[in-house]
Design a protein around this ligand. Structure first.
Ligand SMILES: [Zn+2]
Length: 162
């Protein structure tokens, strides 16, 4: 019930709600309005209007999306290095690039997992996406000249799936 909430009854409630949705932290809000942090936390969870909740979710989603974009850039760079290493027949560099790719894929999976937990956002699930399966295939094929690296990568991919 909103009636008992000290935040709901606060004179500056509307401003505070907008600020909370805009990213004001609980501590900042508590200091600024002389309210209890836990009360603000409860209020933010239960009493923020639907419209403001959407604003807040969008802001958080935008942050995660930015991280995904950066991880995808890294992925592109590591892919380019892998391609060059393959052309040059540089097994050690190929393996290093693949390690980077793997780490980036894990990061992407984590980031997109975070996004998946939010409603209204459609981001592909990396591990089961056709793109990722195609990348796996391409990685293994391009490693054909380096059997040891190929086995190592295949093993890691299996671990990832598990
Ligand atoms: Zn409230």
């Amino acid at each position: 019930m909103a009636g008992r909430c000290t935040v709901c009854r606060h004179l500056d409630r509307e401003t505070l709600d907008r600020e909370l949705a805009g990213g004001l932290t609980l501590r900042e809000a508590a200091d600024k309005y002389g309210l209890n942090k836990d009360a603000i936390s409860r209020h933010k969870r239960n009493h923020l209007s639907k419209a403001l909740q959407v604003v807040q979710e969008r802001r958080e989603t935008a942050g995660a999306q930015k991280a995904v974009d950066r991880a995808e850039q890294l992925y592109g760079k590591a892919s380019a290095i892998l391609e060059r290493a393959e052309i040059e027949g540089n097994g050690a560099l190929s393996l290093a690039a693949i390690k980077e790719l793997r780490a980036t894929v894990e990061l992407l999976a984590k980031l997109t997992g975070e996004l998946d937990e939010r409603p209204q956002v459609n981001v592909l699930n990396v591990s089961s996406s056709p793109e990722w399966l195609a990348i796996q295939q391409a990685m293994l094929e391009s490693l054909a000249p380096f059997p040891e690296a190929r086995i190592a990568v295949a093993g890691t991919l299996e671990e990832l799936e598990a």
